[in-house]
Design a protein around this ligand. Structure first.
Ligand SMILES: Nc1ncnc2c1ncn2[C@@H]1O[C@H](COP(=O)(O)OP(=O)(O)O)[C@@H](O)[C@H]1O
Ligand SMILES: [Mg+2]
Length: 223
């Protein structure tokens, strides 16, 4: 199928995306006829065309443009664990639209997260290491639940060195605490509070286990 991405680039130029501070999502101003926003992150907002819904356009905030993400996608190629990048234009990436709620949405809505999702992320990370990249920044809003399986989005940090331990922490929390909450919808304020605490977790305890204990005691989610 042939596409005139230039038209999309022009349409989306009417939308201003601005970065926020302290790990908060970007802000969007303006609108483009025929497009809807399907998600925001700390670097970009993602839009879908109502007429051609199979694509997702990741529009970066000024100063957050990451040309390397397209390169990472090129190295990943076609993989069941990841989305696909069709090209990079100006300040946006053309991605394959992926259905499904993020794991963050699953916790909010009480949608059950099966263990298979955890295994899929482990396997996806193995694949990323195999191709010489570094799986990083794997958190609740960067994983979609798609037909009981995991789909990872946001590969922008795979080119950076170092381990941020986000996935290890998430996996541990799933194993130890998910059996308690299972399909219970979590209030937004509670997830936001934990997210903000986690951002500075080592202020509260020298170990992640210690941090998790403090959080579960404060919120009365005891094992
Ligand atoms: N290919 C996609 N298909 C569907 N939704 C997507 C896609 N890519 C991103 N999203 C949605 O947009 C949000 C922000 O995208 P993301 O790539 O994580 O941006 P950032 O790099 O700013 O974190 C995601 O949490 C998700 O909800
Ligand atoms: Mg993200």
């Amino acid at each position: 199928m042939e596409h005139n991405w230039e038209t999309v680039v022009n349409d989306l130029a009417q939308i201003k995306v601005t970065a926020s501070f302290d790990n908060e999502p970007v802000l969007i101003e303006g609108a483009a006829k025929g497009f809807r926003c399907i998600g925001v992150g700390t670097d970009a907002a993602v839009f879908q065309s109502l007429a051609v819904p199979e694509y997702a356009y990741k529009v970066y905030a000024e100063g957050k443009l990451d040309k390397l993400e397209a390169e990472v996608y090129a190295r990943i190629g076609s993989s069941a664990y990841f989305s696909y990048c069709y090209g990079a234009y100006d300040r946006l990436l053309v991605l394959k639209y992926e259905e499904g709620p993020t794991l963050f949405d699953c916790l909010l809505q009480g949608i059950h997260i099966p263990e298979q999702v955890i295994q899929d992320v482990e396997d996806a990370r193995g694949y990323i290491r195999q191709i010489g990249l570094n799986p990083r920044d794997i958190h609740l809003k960067n994983i979609l639940l798609q037909n009981g399986r995991a789909k990872l989005i946001d590969v922008s940090e795979y080119i950076k060195p170092g381990n941020d331990f986000r996935w290890e922490h998430l996996k541990k929390t799933y194993e130890e605490y998910y059996p308690i909450i299972k399909g219970t919808p979590m209030p937004f304020w509670l997830l936001e509070t934990i997210r903000k605490w986690y951002h500075h977790w080592n202020r509260y305890s020298s170990t992640f286990d210690g941090f998790m204990r403090i959080v579960s005691e404060q919120l009365n989610y005891r094992k």
